[in-house]
Design a protein around this ligand. Sequence first.
Ligand code: SF4
Ligand code: SF4
Length: 336
Amino acid sequence: MVSKRLCISRLRSGGLITNYYCSSACRHCLYRCSPRWPRDFISSEETREALETSRRLGCRALHIGGGEPLLNPGGVASVLSTAQEAGVTIEYVETNASWYRNHETACALLERLAAAGLSTLLVSISPFHNEFIPLRKVRGALAACRASGISVFPWIAGFTPDLETFDPERPHALEEYEEAFGSDYLPRLTGRYWISPGGRALETFGPYMEQIPVRRLIAKTKTGCAELADTSHFHLDLYGNYVPGLCAGLAIGRQDLGSPLDTEAYPLITRLSTEGLGALLSYVSGEHGFSPSKERYAFKCELCYEIRRFLVIERGVDSCELRPREHYGTQEKQRD
Ligand code: SF4
Ligand code: SF4
């Protein structure tokens, strides 16, 4: 067993994932959120614990994200109030605007959240979101923010002209964008939107990328995946998981932050962080009979995900490192 141990001792900048269920199922979503997730929302107790952990490790400002947090406005108000009590600033709440019905109800909702401490809404504006959310709702949410004195962080305003090409009353598939703007519209989005090679982006963008042989991917990470120790965009979720780096589907128990990780409890993350993908591949091949389905992958994280999904779905491994299990499609499997 490897001897070096990952230790997350200081948190820089991050967010609280209050829920994974979402009204949308965007094709780039790092956390693979969708309406098929359980309708769980962070509890008051978990909110307090997560805020306390963040503060203890040096981070006193967080954002709230999901999933779509505003599917549970009372829950968001409660998180905002708890953060105020804990002395943690909530920089913004992310939203896809699906909750918008009309100006009056939207303003009433935002005023209620403002009273609980909301200052800024990050409003998603993108072709990915427009597959599920009509532009009318996004415009309505923006207007309600203006009327209620809530600042807006538009993500990303530069897409507005693209969205305005279409009927604002209904959603539009990415295929409609390809028809309007060219067949290379989807791969060109990687230059216009910050996309992390994880979650659904693996399947959406992988086919457009150079396919790299497994041995080269392994060679690239042989000193370990430094991303796992990066706390510049960390997340703590409703289930008590810390998501290391942007490695969605990997988890460190919140209670294990601040100390070197137990290598027996975290065999996958320890191998990835110290010796990289090759060590994970050897371990899971030897212990569980995994072999890669392809000779080449677009991203190292694509192979990493395939290995982890194999463990959860094919071998039924129930590990504290592979959380939440729904990230691997366990809810889809149950319904098959
Ligand atoms: S990107 Fe945001 S709106 Fe889209 S599915 Fe993920 S959480 Fe939902
Ligand atoms: S290969 Fe795995 S551990 Fe490394 S950055 Fe990608 S998802 Fe994270």
